[in-house]
Design a protein around this ligand. Structure first.
Ligand code: CA
Length: 245
């Protein structure tokens, strides 16, 4: 598949190296050297993935990420030179999907890019197969299709990437949606934090199960009547979480 990758980096040499290597992998590469151009080009080209440096002239990488997150559901890998920034990224206030600390190896970057794009592909395949499933049953496309899962007053609509509670759409960050969808698809099954991390975030490094906990907490605040006493996303002690419906 011909993936479009946008690389945002103001260090010209690094930008050219990234462009060369990604192009060599067969990706269609777009580049930007500042935040303003990054936002503009992302809107125009709708990339499948963005490699985004944090320190940029003008609008910085954090701000670019924040702006684009509201508009596009595109995976973002952030590049950072400072360890203090890592906390901010990992806290995922930014909604970045992954990050690399400079200096990084090109091989590592390409592996992360590939892993994230693979995930995009899996989600698309999922949607396509569900649309095919739904087609036979529901010519109007108005009723509940195979792509929406319903649990009492909670509806998870994969096709629209929307979650409704008592028929009201609730605002979820992209990762919150993916996490909820993954849990719900495996209803009744205890899932370890590591598995969740791998399947939802696609990260290969350890030590960030905290990320899962934080997102579960946010989700509970949005979908549980009593977040302190969760009934939908249940904690399985010593393992992780289970979606009960
Ligand atoms: Ca920079």
């Amino acid at each position: 598949m011909d993936y479009k990758v946008l690389v945002v980096e103001d260090e010209r040499t690094l930008l050219e190296t990234l462009e060369y290597n990604l192009d060599h992998q067969g990706y269609q590469v777009y580049t930007a050297e500042n935040g303003r151009d990054a936002v503009k080009i992302a809107r125009e080209t709708l990339p499948d993935l963005i490699v985004l440096d944090v320190m940029l002239p003008g609008i910085d990488g954090f701000e670019v990420c924040r702006i684009l997150r509201k508009e596009l559901s595109v995976p973002i890998i952030m590049l950072t030179a400072r360890s203090e920034e890592v906390d901010k990224i990992v806290g995922l206030e930014m909604g970045a999907d992954d990050y690399l600390t400079k200096p990084f190896s090109m091989r590592e970057l390409l592996a992360r890019v590939k892993a994230l794009l693979r995930r995009v592909e899996l989600i698309r395949e999922d949607i396509v197969s569900e649309q095919l499933d739904a087609d036979g049953e529901d010519a109007m496309g108005r009723q509940k299709s195979a792509s929406s899962l319903a649990y009492g007053n909670l509806v998870i609509d994969q096709k629209r990437r929307e979650v409704r509670l008592d028929e009201e759409a609730i605002r979820l960050k992209p990762k919150e949606f993916e996490l909820l969808y993954f849990l719900a698809r495996n209803q009744g099954m205890a899932l370890s934090r590591d598995l969740i991390l791998e399947r939802v975030w696609g990260w290969s490094y350890d030590g960030n199960s905290r990320t899962v906990d934080v997102h579960v907490r946010w989700l509970r605040e949005k979908i549980e009547p009593d977040p302190q006493n969760a009934q939908r996303i249940v904690t399985v002690r010593g393992i992780g979480y289970r979606f009960d419906g």
